[in-house]
Design a protein around this ligand. Structure first.
Ligand code: CDP
Ligand code: MG
Length: 141
C-alpha cells in the first residue's frame, strides 16, 4: 500500500467539483486517510511549490493557489502515486487523455483542478506539509 498527497485546487473547489473529483479516486479503489479544507497564503503556496521557484509560472501559480480554498487529502492504495497521476491526466488539459480529471474539469494549464505527488520522495515531503502523523494514522481503515 502506498500513500500520496492530492490537492483539489481552488478552481475545482470553487466550482463545487470536490465530490465528483473524489469519486474518480474512490472508484479506482483509493481510500481517503486524511482530508481538510485550507486557505493557503501566497507565501505558504510558495513553500509547497518551492521546487518550481525559478520557473516563470511560479508567481502566478502561488497567487492562484491562494485565491480560494484548497482541499488537500491523503489517499492510500496500491500504486497510489502513479494511479492518481493517471487518473488526473497531463498537466495541460489540452494534452490530458480523455476521461481524466484534468481533461474533464481543468480550466487551463495553471487552473488544472488537482495536484498529485509525482514520486515517493515528493509524497513523503508533501503529506506532512498538510497533515500531522496522527491525523493520517488514526483515520479508519
Ligand atoms: O501538477 P503537475 O505535477 O502535473 O505539474 P508541475 O509541472 O509540477 O507544475 C505544478 C503546477 O504548476 C501545475 O499543476 C500547474 O498548476 C502549474 N503550471 C503552470 O501554471 N504552467 C506551467 N507551464 C506548468 C505548470
Ligand atoms: Mg508536479
Amino acid at each position: 500500500m502506498e500513500r500520496t498527497l492530492v490537492i483539489i485546487k481552488p478552481d475545482a473547489f470553487l466550482r463545487n467539483l470536490t465530490g465528483k473529483i473524489l469519486a474518480r479516486f474512490e472508484e479506482a479503489g483509493m481510500r481517503i486517510r486524511a482530508a481538510r479544507v485550507v486557505r493557503l497564503t501566497p507565501e505558504t503556496a510558495g513553500l509547497f511549490y518551492e521546487v518550481h521557484k525559478e520557473r516563470p509560472f511560479y508567481a502566478s501559480l502561488c497567487a492562484y493557489m491562494s485565491s480560494g480554498p484548497c482541499f488537500p487529502l491523503v489517499l492510500e492504495g496500491e500504486n497510489a502515486i502513479s494511479r492518481v497521476r493517471e487518473i488526473m491526466g497531463a498537466t495541460d488539459p489540452a494534452e490530458a487523455a480523455p476521461g481524466t480529471i484534468r481533461a474533464d474539469f481543468a480550466e487551463s494549464k495553471e487552473r488544472n483542478s488537482v495536484h498529485g505527488s509525482d514520486s515517493p520522495e515528493s509524497a513523503a515531503k508533501e503529506i506532512p506539509f498538510f497533515f500531522a502523523d496522527l491525523e493520517v494514522a488514526v483515520t479508519a481503515r
